[in-house]
Design a protein around this ligand. Structure first.
Ligand code: CS2
Length: 481
């Protein structure tokens, strides 16, 4: 029996103009920001159609174009799956095919906002400092030819330059990636790159553009070929690029837009606030921090998904203990939020059996994720004298994982921009002590103050050796015994 197919578009209303360009159009934004924006338009109108841009590959465009850029969003977890047809995407460009077209689109006077989900590594910053990585190959390419950029940062700068030259006000840059103080971070890298190209441009951007911070939340696993069949079965219609997501969602946005121009986000349930920081920290540490911890340890214990991992009682207890003993004590709750209730709800979200979020997927790009998810709170907790053994075990699990062989001797497909360097450093190290030292020396991941903490190093070595000797499940069980 097909689920209800709700159309997320104003029936009979003229097609809205394009007011938003999204860089890095993947499953997450289509299941999160795009839905909020579609709902805001359904409630209050406005020309907030979205043009998507793929910065690397054409595959997403190739799947969506034949369906007129409409797609199915399938909510899984409540009793009955709920499917919606989303018609908020107006077009999609592939940057390497037509960089000039992307710049022209972003420089169009009708475009007021550029949203981004380019993942942590897409900002070309140094994770430990948040500053632009001026040696990054994409940034070097952007500097060599600013009119044919490669990176998201390069496109933002090129389009802002074009707008300035044409006398058009800048757009608002609305980042939707899981980085702390993400508005400030993207502003910093944009100003740094712009300053290297044209200092007057950087000044204009600093004065006229806006970079609100945001906290985004919804669990959206990568869509698999099996999911396409599942969606077809449920809806009775074939969709080459559906998104599958949990029922929960949250979007907290700093209300600071160029000329105040934005969709009526509040009508769709977005929380517009003055200070996003407490929401961001809560989400990054409680959710993404434990997600990464469960991903590395769960993977090493042989668990395929987060739902499988949290269904294992040892891991369920482990998650409770790190929330209670290590994470929550370091947080200031956002107004009106009970952190214990927040993490209890999180655990129910993790346990959703309909969401097959692979530990391997979350384990990707650990070098870019660990600093803000785990290491910053680890450093603060150690300084405050809290026992941080659960998060230390998670870091040891990451150190094991990036070695490229799991605890059963099977190869691991490590996806990380630093993978070859991490692997080389580990291959040259004979034992746990040497391996831990080799990785702690990566200054772009571990700040000197943390790497130089001898008690931390000793605990890491013990945890790393313990994983090899006793296995992940045993270590998780023993972590809080
Ligand atoms: C996950 C996030 O893949 C990951 O690293 O931790 O994508 C997570 O599912 C979202 O941030 C949830 O809002």
């Amino acid at each position: 029996m097909p689920a209800d197919l709700l159309r997320l578009a104003r029936s009979g209303a003229p097609k809205p103009g394009t007011g938003i360009v999204h860089l890095g159009l993947g499953a997450f934004f289509r299941a999160h920001g795009a839905l909020y924006i579609a709902e805001a338009m359904a409630a209050s109108g406005g020309d907030w159609g979205i043009a998507g841009v793929s910065l690397k590959r054409p595959d997403q465009r190739d799947r969506l174009a034949p369906q007129g850029f409409a797609y199915t969003a399938l909510e899984l977890g409540s009793d009955r799956p709920a499917a919606r047809t989303v018609e908020v995407l107006a077009d999609m460009l592939v940057a390497p095919e037509d960089p000039q077209g992307v710049i022209a689109l972003m420089a169009d006077a009708g475009v007021k906002i550029v949203t981004l989900t380019v993942t942590e590594k897409g900002y070309c910053h140094q994770p430990a400092t948040g500053r632009l990585d001026r040696t990054h190959p994409d940034i070097l390419a952007d500097l060599a030819d600013p009119d044919r950029p490669v990176s998201a940062v390069g496109f933002l700068v090129a389009a802002l330059a074009r707008r300035r030259a044409a006398g058009i006000p800048p757009f608002t840059v609305l980042t939707c990636d899981n980085l702390p103080d993400n508005g400030h971070l993207v502003k910093g890298v944009v100003l740094e790159l712009a300053g290297l190209i044209d200092p007057a441009l950087a000044e204009w951007i600093a004065e006229e553009a806006r970079f609100p911070s945001t906290m985004v939340d919804r669990i959206v696993p990568a869509t698999t070929p099996e999911d396409l069949d599942r969606v077809a079965e449920i809806t009775g219609r074939r969709d080459e690029s559906p998104v599958l997501h949990e029922p929960f969602r949250q979007w907290v946005v700093e209300d600071d837009f160029v000329r105040g121009e934005r969709p009526d986000l509040a009508a769709a349930g977005v929380e517009l606030v003055v200070d996003v920081a407490p929401y961001e920290l809560m989400k990054l540490r409680c959710l993404n921090g434990t997600h990464s911890a469960l991903a590395y340890l769960g993977y090493l214990a042989g668990h395929q998904t987060i739902a499988d991992t949290i269904a294992d009682p040892a891991f369920s207890r482990f998650a409770d203990r790190i929330w209670t003993d290590e994470i929550i004590p370091g947080l200031t709750p956002p107004p009106g939020t009970d952190l214990a209730a927040y993490t209890t709800a999180l655990k129910t979200r993790y346990a959703n059996p309909a969401i097959r979020h692979r530990t391997w997927q979350i384990a990707m790009d650990g070098s870019q994720k660990l600093p803000q998810r785990i290491l910053s709170q680890l450093a603060e907790g150690l300084a405050a004298g809290r026992p941080m053994s659960g998060l230390i075990l998670a870091v040891a699990a990451w150190m094991t994982y990036v070695g490229g062989t799991d605890l059963f001797g099977k190869p691991v497909d490590v996806r990380d921009p630093l993978a070859p360097r991490l692997r080389a450093a580990l291959d040259g190290a004979p034992d746990s002590a040497a391996k831990v030292s080799a990785l702690l020396a990566f200054r772009e991941i571990f700040p000197a103050s943390l790497a130089g903490n001898e008690a931390f190093r000793a605990s890491l070595v013990e945890a790393h050796a313990g994983l090899a000797r006793h296995g992940a499940r045993h270590m998780v069980e023993a972590a809080h015994a």
